[in-house]
Design a protein. Sequence first.
Length: 282
Amino acid sequence: MWIFKQVADLQLKISQWKAEGKTVGFVPTMGALHAGHVSLLQAAKTDIRVCSIFVNPTQFNDATDLEKYPRTPEADISLLLDSQSCDLLFMPPVEEVYPPNFIPKHFDFGPLAKVMEGAFRPGHFDGMAQVVNRLLDIVQPHELYMGQKDFQQVSIVAEVLFLLDSPIKLVVVPTLREADGLAMSSRNVRLNAEERAKAPIIYGQLTEAKKAMLLGEPIPSAMDKIKTALLAAGGFEPEYMTVVDGKTLQPLSQLHDSDYAVLCLATWLGKVRLIDNVVVKR
Ligand code: AMP
């Protein structure tokens, strides 16, 4: 596995591969890698798999969250080597991604970015789109692999590619979960033992609510039940739970208003913010 910190080194290697006719798949991450990240690399059907690790400061609207974001570069490298899932790891310092002459591109996502994460984390998607756009410019992959876990992020990145008229193919990979259902996340390591034991309630509630709604339970009462269960368990501070149209991300008041419905949730558990989602119907 090649490991580069400089854009020029990465671009030289990738241009050599491309000259040999090889296709390049790209998995951008913020590190603290886990099996979910590896599953994205393993899903890549391209000849070459590139992974980046960059904790992007511009997408954090909370300074403490940025500071506390786990950083485990040695373990990340070991995981990529052990899993043999990556050909090139890019670990740039901030000034490589944002050089002094960098002019951020502004995208208008309209209603897509105004709901859910966009409503609770102002500026988050501007920063995320900026870094994805910059990393795509640097890596110039044929395919981009992203996780269903960050459902709204995938929609926004699809919109970025559309607005850029980009030929890059976006591939969405299912959420990898722990045996007890908890969605794998870099943030999970910040849960204490008690919180970690409670965390699977999130997915348990999402799947219960999905079943109930498919049997006719109205959306508002299914959402109320999730909230009640989280509050009863203690330690949770839910931010939102909502069923949205999978394309527009706008809230649905009834399941039959759309043929693609996704139940999305964000909650604090202690000092850790967790998100998850399930497709209710498609
Ligand atoms: P992050 O490092 O959290 O920014 O995530 C990098 C990429 O990995 C994003 O496309 C995430 O959606 C994806 N990802 C994170 N957790 C999981 C998971 N449990 N299963 C699949 N993909 C994931």
